[in-house]
Design a protein around this ligand. Structure first.
Ligand code: CP
Ligand code: NVA
Length: 312
């Protein structure tokens, strides 16, 4: 049984397989072929503690297009909010559905859920990781550049965000070079960095953390950012904006420092005027954000096919 709580639950080979399958799903959908019976007879629970546009809808459509049955529940609908334990919830749900996909505040919640479930558990975003986003991101990079190895990514902003963590880990796994430019207080977690450096020894990836966004952008092919205030951190909003702005905003002025032609990426939703200026986000000559968002669907289908061990 496979869980996907973080991208390093997958091997490099498995991620590469998922990217290939996603490519085939995308091609087929382009030709109007949508429905398969890969998940026929399977029910999948979507449990969401936080809002979501892309993750929730792409997963629900992915499950339907693969012939499965999605069941969406919000946190307040389960007995968990009245004190039922995660362990008991996991044991019960395992008798009904074939997988649980969950978006949660605390990553430990997912670990506990996975510990007591006898079915796969997939992370749809936690405070620590966003693996489904990272898989769509590298799919998008590969689609655009035709390769992954040696592509140089600059992540600007909150180096401790779930999106940054998963991007660092997947880069380390697949051999992309990544420089994170962030204030020291918002550096990537030490466990993530340690793991990334270990993986990088094998893949040849270069992982750097710097303070200066100009330095990161200089040699980049991809400039990536995420919100300064992630879900669950709203109380820190004022303090964070004071530290991040104006230095870490991705705008035309910052991008002038790039020595190569860059593309811009963002997981979305964006806070225009905070981590990114509209002039960059809306510049169709460099912005891949809507392609990234579309690719969430194709890659979600590929992840599900992989989790259920379907050979395509
Ligand atoms: N990128 C992403 O996960 O978006 P949602 O919060 O809309 O799901
Ligand atoms: N870091 C952001 C990502 C949203 C998709 C958050 O957690 O709010």
């Amino acid at each position: 049984m496979k869980n996907l709580l973080t991208v390093t639950d997958l091997s490099r080979k498995e991620v590469e397989e998922i990217l290939n399958i996603a490519g085939r799903f995308k091609e087929e959908r382009g030709e109007g072929i949508r429905n398969t019976n890969i998940l026929a007879g399977k029910s999948i629970l979507l449990y969401f503690e936080k809002p979501s546009t892309r993750t929730r809808v792409s997963l629900e459509v992915a499950i339907l297009e693969l012939g499965g049955h999605p069941i969406m529940v919000r946190k307040e609908e389960l007995q968990l909010v009245r004190g039922e334990s995660i362990a008991d919830t996991a044991r019960v749900l395992s008798k009904y559905v074939d997988a649980i996909i969950a978006r949660v505040y605390k990553h430990e919640f997912l670990e506990e859920l996975a510990k007591y479930s006898t079915i796969p558990v997939i992370n749809a975003l936690s405070d620590l990781y966003h693996p489904l986003q990272a898989i769509a991101d590298v799919f998008t990079i590969k689609e655009y550049f035709g390769r992954l190895k040696g592509v140089r990514v600059a992540f600007i902003g909150d180096g401790g965000s779930n999106v940054a963590h998963s991007l660092i880990l997947i880069s380390a796994l697949l051999g992309l070079d990544i420089t994170v430019a962030c204030p020291e207080k918002y550096s990537p977690g030490s466990t993530v960095l340690k793991k990334a450096l270990l993986l990088a020894e094998k893949s040849g990836a270069e992982i750097k953390v710097v303070d200066d966004p100009v330095q990161a952008v200089k040699d980049a092919d991809v400039v990536y950012t995420d919100v300064f205030v992630s879900m669950g951190f709203e109380r820190e909003r004022e303090e964070r904006l004071k530290i991040f702005l104006p230095k870490y905003q991705v705008n035309r002025n910052l991008l002038k420092n790039a020595r190569r032609r860059i593309v811009f990426m963002h997981c979305l939703p964006a806070h225009r005027g905070e981590e990114v200026a509209s002039e960059v986000l809306d510049d169709e000559t460099i912005s891949l954000v809507f392609r990234q968002a579309e690719n969430r669907l194709h890659t979600a289908k590929a992840v599900l096919a992989h989790i259920f061990g379907v050979r395509i």
